[in-house]
Design a protein around this ligand. Structure first.
Ligand SMILES: [Mg+2]
Ligand SMILES: [Zn+2]
Ligand SMILES: [Zn+2]
Length: 738
């Protein structure tokens, strides 16, 4: 796979292609190294470039993610290396402050800058590299946007986002091992940015007709192929599978290269990007926290697709009405509106219009004539290139990404304004201008607002004040695994997004399992395979609960254990003295290697008065085929024989509650217990004075709940719905953007 990805993309950038479209396609990037564990190739690259004095730029997060490793490799190879790591309490922004800081810090004799990061670091360094005429390479830390190879750098200056001329990197280093560890939201943003190509390409095809713009069939097919490859791999991307992450990364880099090939942004950016830029400006001006670029582009792609579909459904054009509408266009009023919406950014937009005069009657007249002439062709383009709204929505839903402007804090009125005035942010021709030309922009925009904001109420279930209060107070979530986080080997939809959301809100989570036939390391591996990266300390088990008890109450006593090798391993590591003869205690776990003779021996000891302890009370353990007898059932057999009931640990015992309180150092009411089983998970939460949250994604049905005396504090279909509630309480932000 690596060779293939390397070959195709590396081949592309090394050729200068004199194309039949009339352009000389040139990538501007010399090397793209994409694969697993490829950081070690960097020294060879610098030897090739004959660079010795290196300057490494990162921020706190990206230094952790990759910078440290790059530094180590370069130092080992004897390079002269200076570091600059941006220390920001909040998010690093590509603004005057960052540019100034780096300009002051950079060494005069720097041969090459090594940028380690994604969007922001790349933009900052790209601009500095161009201004100081020093080459740079980028070590990517997230596949979140397609700007790595870009010739331009969007910077925030004077509180406005302005695109400045810049330099493409000499090399892009994309190590899948690093990229796959990026926050999930950044993958989703990357998918959103890729999805935008659907409408961008369609805008381009229409602009070719109306504006006579240069259009390249080859590049269109190149970009389309990358989009498809990315969409086919969404499930894998969410699971952090190397191959899927490689496709997404390659697709993003390739669409960046496609823009370099054309010398403009047509292959990768259209009206969906104009809308996204418009939202970004509005957020910035109103001091709202930023949302990842690709997240906005994804939502905007649904919006633009909907507009295309509404236009396609129009039977005939009414050109007379269009002329009449445009004749009523009032420049004065337009200026007022632009000032009102874009505040400080308004002069720039008005200036842009003064130059392009795209809203002038003369230009409109000219375009309208072309639209009339070429209407069948335009219809054909839309039929062939625009996907259905359902398709785009489904892809984003599969990616567990937002699909409605309301989900990123855009209200109906702002949304409507962005549809009407979004086209003024850039002067490239696209569907928004086409609708204006046809006199349909306002009418169809209203329909689109209705579409999204009537859906909003159905989709974003409104949250009661009581529920909000409960969720807000929670500082730590204890999660059950089977039936709650995954089913067998399959992660439950929305589970990963839920844990990422918890981190984003500044809360914590731990897993807790009663299953005494496994240990924490086993679960750490299992979760990793599903794309969930947690530390071993984040997985709590019933084994640990009983071990703590033994340490505190029965130190140095001899134990006779019924348990498999995982449990034995935990006990031995916990310093427990296991014996076959003369025990002080008998302990029974979920012994999947149960032997009759050893059960008989346990009964013999218990009958003689040796205390009987059990790791977990579960009667059955869910497996793919149904259930298998668990620790509780093994104990039941022993109880039947001896008449002695064991002292149970695990959930819902008092010991587990105490263990969790000690471990988290929180008050019970600050902890929520989430699980799918009433008699263990929910009983645990209720008994311990914690918030008990039932999910219906596993064992318990609504009927079971109705018939049970154990009542949870909150009930949700799955973790996904809890995440939606948290989104409402703590709206999306980008505290994880590197
Ligand atoms: Mg469960
Ligand atoms: Zn983009
Ligand atoms: Zn071409």
């Amino acid at each position: 796979m690596n060779n293939l990805s390397n070959l195709s993309i590396q081949d592309l950038i090394h050729k200068e292609i004199m194309c039949s479209c009339g352009k000389l396609h040139r990538a501007g990037v010399k090397d793209i190294i994409l694969g697993e564990n490829i950081l070690s190739t960097i020294p060879t690259l610098f030897a090739k470039y004959q660079c010795q004095n290196l300057f490494l730029v990162a921020d706190k997060n990206t230094y952790q993610a990759a910078g440290q490793k790059v530094e180590q490799i370069l130092r080992e190879h004897g390079f002269d290396l200076t570091l600059h790591i941006f220390q920001r309490e909040k998010l690093l922004v590509a603004d005057e402050k960052a540019i100034g800081e780096l300009t002051i810090r950079i060494n005069k004799d720097t041969d090459i800058i090594v940028a380690v990061g994604s969007g922001t670091i790349n933009d900052i360094v790209k601009y500095i590299a161009y201004k100081l005429n020093i080459p740079y390479i980028i070590v990517a830390t997230a596949p979140s946007m397609d700007g790595y190879p870009s010739f331009v750098a969007p910077l925030i200056t004077g509180n406005l986002k302005v695109t400045y001329e810049a330099a493409p990197p000499r090399a892009i280093i994309a190590d899948i091992e690093i990229l796959k560890k990026a926050p999930l939201d950044m993958f989703k943003a990357g998918i959103g940015d890729m999805l935008g190509k659907y409408t961008a390409l369609c805008d381009w095809a229409i602009a070719r007709i109306i504006n006579n713009e240069c259009y390249c069939e080859w590049i269109v097919s190149l970009v389309k192929k990358s989009v498809e490859k990315c969409i086919e791999n969404i499930a894998g991307i969410l699971k952090r599978e190397e191959r899927a992450i490689a496709y997404l990364t390659e697709g993003l880099i390739l669409s960046g290269i496609a823009m370099n090939f054309m010398g403009n942004s047509r292959p990768a950016s259209g009206s969906e990007h104009h809308l996204s830029h418009c939202w970004e400006i509005i957020f910035l001006l109103r001091g709202k926290e930023a949302v990842l670029h690709g997240t906005k582009v994804g939502i905007a792609t649904i919006v633009i697709t909907k507009l295309f579909k509404l236009l396609q459904s129009r039977k005939a054009l009414n050109l007379a009405a269009a002329r009449e509408k445009v004749a009523k266009f009032n420049q004065e009023k337009w200026n007022q509106k632009i000032n009102q919406i874009f505040l400080d950014a308004a002069p720039l937009i008005i200036d842009q219009e003064t130059k392009s005069r795209k809203n002038s009657r003369a230009q409109h007249q000219k375009r309208l004539q072309l639209i009339e002439e070429k209407w069948p062709e335009i219809i054909k383009i839309m039929d062939q290139m625009v996907p259905t709204v359902e398709k785009v929505e489904k892809i984003l839903q599969e990616a567990e990404a937002p699909v409605n402007p309301a989900q990123i804090g855009i209200e109906a009125e702002t949304f409507y304004h962005s549809l009407i005035y979004g086209k003024e942010v850039r002067s490239c021709y696209g569907i928004l201008q086409l609708l204006w030309d046809l006199g349909l922009l306002e009418k169809l925009s209203k329909e689109v607002v209705d579409y999204f904001f009537s859906k909003k109420t159905a989709m974003v279930i409104s949250i009661s004040e009581k529920e909000k209060d409960i969720l807000k107070k929670i500082k730590c979530f204890i999660l059950d695994m089977d039936g709650t986080f995954y089913l067998g080997n399959n992660i439950i939809g929305g589970a990963l997004s839920f844990t990422e959301k918890i981190k984003k809100c500044g809360k914590t989570f731990y897993f807790f399992t009663n299953n005494s036939s496994r240990h924490a390391r086993y679960y750490q591996d299992k979760l990793k395979k599903m794309g969930c990266l947690v530390k071993q300390e984040d997985i709590l088990t019933a084994n640990q609960v009983i071990l703590k008890y033994l340490k505190e109450k029965h130190r140095d006593q001899k134990i006779y254990l019924l348990g498999n090798n995982y449990l034995r391993e935990d006990f031995i590591q916990g310093g427990v003295h296991l014996v076959e003869e003369h025990p002080d205690l008998v302990i029974v776990g979920f012994d999947t290697t149960l032997e009759y003779n050893r059960v008989a021996k346990a009964c013999h000891y218990i009958r003689r008065g040796i205390p009987f302890l059990a790791v977990n009370p579960d009667l059955n353990c869910p497996v793919e085929e149904g259930f298998i007898p668990d620790c509780g059932s093994i104990c039941a057999m022993i109880t039947a024989s001896t008449g002695v009931k064991p002292l149970f640990f695990g959930k819902p015992s008092f010991y587990t509650q105490q263990f969790i309180l000690d471990y988290t150092r929180l008050k019970a009411e600050e902890i929520a217990y989430i699980g799918d089983r009433l008699y263990t998970d929910i009983a645990m939460g209720k008994k311990g004075g914690m918030v008990a949250i039932l999910v219906l994604s596993g064992e318990t049905s609504r009927e079971d709940l109705a018939n049970s005396s154990v009542k949870p504090d909150l009930v949700y279909p799955s973790l996904k719905e809890i995440k939606i509630r948290l989104d409402e309480i703590y709206p999306e932000n980008t505290s994880f953007k590197n």
